[in-house]
Design a protein around this ligand. Structure first.
Ligand SMILES: [Zn+2]
Length: 240
């Protein structure tokens, strides 16, 4: 049992070290991730603007070409009207011209819309490009910061993690479940008794319980904070 108590206490020491290392990094990894996501999104928006501009330009030149062809047709119809011999043919040509004119008018309206849309797209694109430039600069700084912190903490973290993996082999599943549950709720799951008190919550531990805990032969839980109590001896004998 003593070794179980020691293992649980050692597990806590390792977890505390690991927590501190991760705290050093803070939310920097997350920040870098979020910025990378945003950068991707901005790049996509710029691409979309370019595609829409290209599509608009193609549509516009298509309509302009059609309108020019229609203008040529109208000229041709006018010439034909001078040569027709009956009203029926004359009216038919008039209708053709009217249709062509209305198509030209509709093209003009659409071209105007396309021009307006292109202006909007260009404005958006400029804004996205400015954000892109800003993000690239910010990211460079944050990535460098993260790199430095990782370089400083990675090796230590790996050492503790390896030690932790090894240690877990000695701990029973049910003890680990208990440990993890308390750790999740309290941060630290194991509390040595110090000066007759639980060092987790500073409440006095009854003398009888202190004697029991000192035997190191079973798990005791602090009745105030729910942490696993260990004797001072266990704490002294255990280090990373
Ligand atoms: Zn306590």
């Amino acid at each position: 049992m003593k070794s179980t108590l020691q293992s649980l206490y050692l597990l806590q020491l390792l977890d505390t070290e690991l927590d501190e290392l991760r705290e050093l990094r803070g939310d920097l990894p997350e920040t870098v991730n979020t910025m990378e996501e945003e950068l991707k999104m901005v790049e996509q928006r710029i691409e979309e603007c370019d595609e829409a501009l290209k599509k608009g330009a193609v549509e516009r030149s298509q309509m302009e070409k059609e309108s020019l062809e229609l203008i040529a047709k109208i000229d041709k119809y006018k010439g034909q009207q001078l040569e027709v011999t009956n009203n029926k043919e004359y009216d038919a040509l008039t209708r053709e011209m009217e249709t062509a004119e209305s198509t030209i008018a509709s093209h003009e309206a659409q071209i105007e819309q396309t021009v307006e849309r292109a202006e909007e797209l260009k404005t958006s694109k400029t804004e996205f490009e400015a954000r892109h430039e800003e993000l690239v600069k910010e990211l460079e700084v944050k990535r460098e910061e993260l790199k430095e912190i990782l370089a400083a903490t990675n090796e230590e973290e790996k050492t503790y993690e390896t030690q932790r993996e090894e240690l877990l082999k000695d701990i029973l599943e049910r003890d680990l479940v208990l440990y993890s549950r308390i750790r999740e709720a309290k941060g630290k799951a194991v509390a040595p008794i110090r000066r007759e008190s639980c060092s987790g919550c500073y409440n006095v531990v009854p003398p009888q319980m202190i004697l029991e805990v000192k035997k190191n032969d079973r798990l005791f839980i602090c009745e105030h904070c729910g942490r696993i109590l260990v004797s001072e001896e266990i704490a002294q004998d255990t280090s990373i």
